[in-house]
Design a binder for this molecule. Structure first.
Ligand code: HPA
Length: 234
């Protein structure tokens, strides 16, 4: 076991899905995987391994924000040999043309976080998705008749910002949506030479102030999950 994950060596698959919410990990394991088995519940961060279409896949919560995700993803890459990590989450739209329930593939992640400033001593690393996962996810979604938006997202350290208009600067430069984990996921994938992708559904809009109803969330969620699982096993 690692410090924060109780799995034994070999209990975590090479491909893993990473929702923020640990109960979402449980829901995914119970509704999308065959024969899911719980491998860790340290701090109630649940992790399961099962199969999808006969191929081994794990799913584990990361908690919210860069510091929490960073702990789990470091251990998954370093101690458990995870090779493909796909974050599945929600984001707030910052472009008017992005609608609630839209599927977003994060090609790159800008950030206001201090994590990479600290890590790179003030230099500016560009956290980028795995091209092969991005291409596969795009093709898998298209094949199902869904058209994902692909582009830069903003990975913020603050859900409650001091300046409620702060997102507008990122929007001016074409960023699609705000979330809180991808810059660190992509940076760690680069460090450990692994593959990572973030797939998001738009849960709310900072532009129009709309948000999703539970039923709408469910449909969008299923599209995101099928895209992520098909990508994870290919
Ligand atoms: N900000 C940050 N993360 C989010 C948001 C948001 O508005 N919506 C969903 N995840």
């Amino acid at each position: 076991m690692s410090i924060h994950i109780a799995a034994k060596p070999g209990e975590i698959a090479e491909a893993i899905l990473l929702p923020g919410d640990p109960l979402r990990a449980k829901f995914i394991a119970e509704n999308f995987l065959e024969n899911p088995r719980l491998y860790s519940e340290v701090r109630n961060i649940l992790g399961y391994t099962g199969t999808y279409r006969g191929k081994r896949v794990s799913v584990q919560g990361t908690g919210m924000g860069i510091p929490s995700l960073s702990i789990y993803v470091n251990e998954l890459f370093r101690d458990y040999g995870v090779r493909r990590a796909i974050r599945v989450g929600t984001a707030g739209a910052i472009q008017e043309e992005l609608k609630i329930r839209d599927l977003v593939l994060a090609m790159s992640a800008s950030t206001d976080s201090g994590a990479n400033s600290f890590r790179f001593g003030g230099r500016h690393f560009a956290p980028t998705a795995s091209f092969s996962l991005l291409k596969t996810a795009y093709e898998k979604a298209l094949a199902k008749g869904w058209l994902p938006k692909v582009g830069n997202v903003v990975c913020s350290d603050m859900f409650y910002t001091e300046d409620p208009e702060e997102w507008k600067l990122w929007a001016k430069f074409g960023a699609l949506a705000v979330e809180m984990e991808s810059a660190e996921l992509y940076t760690l994938a680069a460090k450990y030479r692994r593959e990572a992708l973030t797939i998001l559904t738009i849960s709310d809009s900072l532009v129009t102030h709309e948000s999703t109803s539970p039923e709408e969330r469910q449909t969008a969620f299923t599209q995101m999950m099928e895209t992520a699982l098909e990508t994870a096993i290919s």
